[in-house]
Design a binder for this molecule. Structure first.
Ligand code: GLC
Length: 421
């Protein structure tokens, strides 16, 4: 029996089937090319930071190419930063001039993107930062932001009204949830409440009120867990870590999604060299699904509006693997408890087809010994070429030993498809 998760307010039925999505971090920070937090990291003033706004002109931006790369990798949904912490908006918001339509680019960058991805039957997700390092009403705090260490910070806060900022936030979320058709995911980011009240959380965003607006406008939307609300969220979102087991809240398994980068930074980072290998990326996808989760893998496009060439390579290689192995991911989840994968392997399981997928991370010599399978299956094959996998059984040790070819099959992660009785 597979683990059952807590009922979610939003519709996560498609989400737990599709498993693999693309996160896109794009804004004026792409021009800095050194992390989406550069305004914070380098404590750049609003005046100085405008240089990126004044030069934002992604002439090579073609969202059809983005959607093609995502679909080609086997991704089924995307989540785009409509506004990140810097406060810059990709769509033609009526509530600010700090937006793409006011830059040299002069156009709404979000509408054509939604059209392109939707055109490939991909679900649409909006990341929206509740943090805003640009808005004149946003209270500057000592924890994060370009002015956190500024000696005049308290003075600069005089006349600022966080409630007016919350109104702005609610107004923009209303624009996003009424101006782009059905939105499948809202990914808010992030709250950092402090016991002494110096951080920011539900009161600063007026999260309860915001939550009502969200459910009123898009009742079935999948909402993440970063509005500092105890209830109402649909998914937990561990970030840049691989959980050791199915994510639980109060001991109960929940719907979850690991968000990961290719190299560390979410925004385009020209000089970052810590890029993950395709082996590691495919193993992360498999590991995530083997623990009942989704993988949201991030791309940070350049200031010219293209995906980083290194990301395109990785996406194409992941697509090669998915082409022959996607049924070990879509519609799959953690295997029932009685099936324990051998070392350096992971199980995914499709409860509808009753098929187990044994993903082999380290190719063993000749045999793979597996416990818990004796008498439980009627056939096994290598998934990439449907070639039969023969096996020996040892009743005494309750073992099944799959006979494997000496050479590792020519795929990133070989998979044995096991047809249960
Ligand atoms: C963190 C980063 C933020 C990024 C988010 C994505 O909150 O600070 O920049 O957008 O993670 O998960």
């Amino acid at each position: 029996m597979t683990l059952k998760t807590k009922q979610t307010p939003g519709d996560t039925s498609w989400f737990v089937h599709d498993r693999f999505g693309m996160f896109i971090h794009w804004g004026t920070y792409a021009l800095g090319g050194r992390h989406e937090w550069l305004k914070n990291n380098e404590e750049i003033s609003n005046e100085d930071y405008y240089k990126y706004f004044n030069h934002f002109d992604p002439d090579l931006y073609d969202p059809e190419q983005w959607a093609a790369a995502a679909a080609g990798a086997g991704m089924k949904y995307f989540v785009i930063t409509t506004k990140h912490h810097e406060g810059f908006c990709l769509w033609d918001s009526k509530l600010t001039d700090y937006k793409a339509t006011k830059t040299p680019y002069g156009k709404d960058a979000l509408t054509p993107m939604v059209k392109a991805f939707r055109g490939r039957n991909m679900k649409v997700g909006f990341y929206h930062s509740v943090i805003d390092w640009h808005h004149p009403q946003y209270i500057l705090d000592p924890h994060i932001g370009p002015y956190r260490n500024h000696p005049e910070r308290e003075k600069m806060n005089e006349g600022r009204d966080q409630k007016k900022y919350a109104e702005y936030l609610h107004g923009q979320v209303r624009e996003l949830l009424t101006g782009f058709g059905k939105v499948d995911i809202l990914w808010c980011d992030f709250s950092y409440p402090r016991p002494d009240g110096s951080g920011k959380g539900r009161d600063d965003w007026q999260s309860e009120k915001l939550y009502k607006i969200i459910r009123e406008l898009q009742p079935k939307i999948v909402l993440n867990d970063r509005l500092d609300l105890d209830e109402g969220w649909d998914i937990k979102t561990p970030e840049q870590v691989q959980p050791r087991e199915w994510v639980k809240v109060d001991g109960q398994p929940v719907v979850w999604e690991a968000c990961q980068t290719f190299s560390g930074s979410w925004g385009y980072h020209r000089d970052e060299t810590s890029w993950k290998s395709v082996d590691m990326l495919v193993q992360m996808l498999v590991d995530t699904v083997s623990k009942g989760g989704n993988l949201l893998l991030n791309v940070g496009p350049t200031g010219r509006g293209e995906f980083d060439y290194r990301a395109l390579d990785c996406l194409a290689s992941m697509g090669e693997w998915m082409k022959r192995h996607d049924r070990s991911i879509y519609g799959c989840t953690q295997a029932p408890a009685e099936f324990t994968a051998p070392g350096d392997c992971r199980y995914t399981y499709n409860p509808k087809t009753k098929r187990l997928y044994l993903h082999v991370f380290a190719w063993p010599f000749k045999q793979l010994h597996v416990e818990g399978l004796l008498g439980r299956f009627e056939y096994a094959q290598l998934l990439n070429d449907a070639s039969e996998i023969l096996y020996a059984t040892n009743e005494e040790e309750k073992l099944v030993s799959f006979n494997l070819p000496i050479q590792k099959p020519p795929v990133t992660v070989p998979v044995i498809e096991i047809f249960l009785k």
